[in-house]
Ligand binder design. Sequence first.
Ligand code: WQD
Length: 292
Amino acid sequence: MLLSRESKNSPVNSAGTFPFIRFDAVIHFAGLKAVGESVSKPLLYHDNNIVGTITLLEVMAAHGCKNLVFSSSATVYGWPKKVPCTEEFPLSAVNPYGRTKLFIEEICRDLRNSDSQWKIILLRYFNPVGAHPSGLIGEDPRGTPNNLMPFVQQVAVGRGQALTVFGKDYSTKDGTGVRDYIHVVDLADGHIAALKKLSDPKIGCDVYNLGTGKGTSVLEMVTAFEKASGKKIPLQIAGRRPGDAEVVYASIKKAETELKWKAKYGIEDMCKDQWNWASKNPFGYGSLESKK
Ligand code: WQD
């Protein structure tokens, strides 16, 4: 629906048409994100994520809005040869999901190069975890979760028997994979900081990591969640998951310096807030029936 800024309260003007409204900016979060599903359904992911983004960019241009914050992902670093990952690292994709993120970043860079009116900030999320402290909104994956913490959450509320730990032979402190887990509220604040940064005339198409700069292992996350929930999480140790990197965590210098943003919450907060949501909503947003 198009509303004019002047007539925000009356969507239809005297001529009975919808006057034009100017949009200041767009934050583009939308996209399919299950790595495993992207491997079995690549066309679904390329169509939804890439074609969907092209359509959005065309509509934005048609409405005179060329300010974009895009939700990219640390997955564009592929299997980083060293850590922490800086925004200047070489990019590669190791699955169709990651490829869609990488292609969309390149589309944004091409768009900016073609028209300097575009101002774009690409935010590379590391591993989002947790829930809003109110316990009213949280993660509710449909079907079997792909990511670690939604799976831990399902075991804790009794929807899963045990957590399968993919690999305990990595050269890490306890042999399990290490990632940079970031609280979703910190992630949201990072978007606000990026929106504000769009008004900087120096912004063209710029990239920022959104992480904590700290690596945490699978077993450390499980221990933290057990402490926060008071629940024991049974484990099954399995082989490595194909495509998994060993250790991935962010360099946060650029976001700290240029966005004046830094993650505030630690693993304990993430697990406390995630458990607060899960314990109040063991079956997510749906009813018990819809989740059976
Ligand atoms: C984390 C660690 C697993 C599940 C993916 C995307 C990335 C981002 C986050 C969107 C690994 C281990 C997991 C389980 C386990 N998505 N694990 N048992 O693979 O780092 O990143 O999701 O922005 O782009 O690539 O996240 O949560 O799947 O895995 O042992 O049941 O937990 O091996 O070490 P990942 P993850």
